[in-house]
Design a protein around this ligand. Structure first.
Ligand SMILES: Cc1cc2nc3c(=O)[nH]c(=O)nc-3n(C[C@H](O)[C@H](O)[C@H](O)COP(=O)(O)O)c2cc1C
Length: 322
């Protein structure tokens, strides 16, 4: 495949510090990984949880981009300085999150419905920020036509990279991505563009790059959890072997147990990974249902053992990732 930068998408609750380290150790292949967003507090104090997530010593050896979610320029500037002091070399603004609790506050993709305020936000941020700023956006709130105005705004600022998830807020992560609108945006954007959305296989990534050879980068999230070897395969490497997956999962489970000190929480995290990983196996519907309904670590361990020993492994993950 043509050389293009490969970014691991931020998946809040999944691609956090523990997962990133273990995944990188066993499979990896991403040029950069995005840390799921943190929201600056009014008092400009980093919470313990965010501190743990951003701590450079816990993330040593990984090329990471922290992501901030806010609609206040002062808060963003505070966060940018904080992560710059930690040694990060870029900061990303979340304009994509479709969750109701976030958008109700006008943050995430909620900010896209207030283009004047967004313009004023960028005006302040770019006049003062010292770190390169990248943006992760959707096409709008309810209508893809909103992107025209949004792109005019983005084009006025030196955005390090504009990652576009070509859906609107109300579409969440479902339905077909608007590739035609993305094509127009890529053509017009004065800033480098990264594509994000629904890439699950090498063939899908290849088709994307064939259609859009001018992409700066491709960002993949759920597809890399559904097939942990996807980035490696994109670089011409082998698919995940069953023993490799078993080692990866054992390491991940053990690392979650150490991190949380609670087997029940560790098992819950593993079930969230299996929500996507099940797509790498054939005929897993029954065990998948059992896994989702299971309670406690022993049940999770038992069902995972059965999945790994009984289900045929596919070459690539398939199916709907929502
Ligand atoms: C569980 C979950 C958590 C997510 N957390 C974040 C986040 O913290 N920041 C962000 O910009 N996007 C977040 N996203 C969106 C993803 O980064 C990505 O844009 C989306 O999953 C589409 O790409 P994919 O099809 O390659 O997964 C999240 C998506 C999911 C499903």
């Amino acid at each position: 495949m043509k050389a293009v930068r490969l970014d691991l998408a931020p998946l809040d609750g999944i691609t956090k510090v523990v997962f990133r380290r273990v995944w990188h150790r066993h499979f990896g292949g991403a040029d950069r990984m995005f840390i799921p967003f943190f929201s600056p507090t009014d008092q400009h104090i980093l919470t313990k949880r965010d501190q743990r997530e951003l701590d450079p010593s816990a993330n040593a050896g990984l090329n990471l981009v922290p992501q901030v979610m806010t609609r206040r320029a002062d808060d963003f500037l505070w966060a940018a300085e904080l992560v710059a002091d930690m040694g990060y070399r870029e900061v990303n603004l979340n304009l994509g999150c479709p969750s109701g609790t976030v958008t109700a506050k006008g943050k995430g993709s909620g900010f896209l419905s207030d283009p004047d305020a967004l313009d004023a936000f960028f005006e302040t941020v770019f006049s003062r920020v010292k770190l390169p700023v990248s943006v992760k956006t959707r096409l709008g709130g309810t209508d893809v036509a909103e992107f025209r105005r949004l792109l005019e705004i983005y084009d006025r600022y030196p955005i390090a990279c504009l990652t576009i998830h070509p859906r609107v807020r109300t579409e969440k992560y479902r339905g077909a991505v608007h590739l035609d609108v993305f094509a127009g945006a890529l053509e017009k954007s004065r800033n480098p563009v990264c594509y994000n959305g629904d890439i699950r296989t090498v063939a899908e990534a290849q088709a994307l790059l064939d259609r859009f050879p001018n992409l700066e980068a491709v960002m993949i999230g759920r597809g890399a959890v559904a097939d942990p070897a996807l980035f490696r395969k994109l670089r011409g490497g082998p698919a995940a072997a069953r023993t490799e997956l078993a080692d990866f999962l054992a390491d991940l489970y053990g690392s979650y147990q150490n991190f949380y000190g609670q087997p029940a929480t560790a098992a819950q995290r593993m079930k969230e990974v299996w929500f996507y990983l099940i797509h790498l196996f054939d005929g897993g519907e029954k065990l998948d249902k059992q896994m989702r309904r299971s309670r406690g670590p022993a049940a999770y361990e038992d069902i995972q053992a059965r999945m790994l020993s009984e289900l045929p492994l596919r070459e690539s993950s398939q199916g709907d990732l929502v």
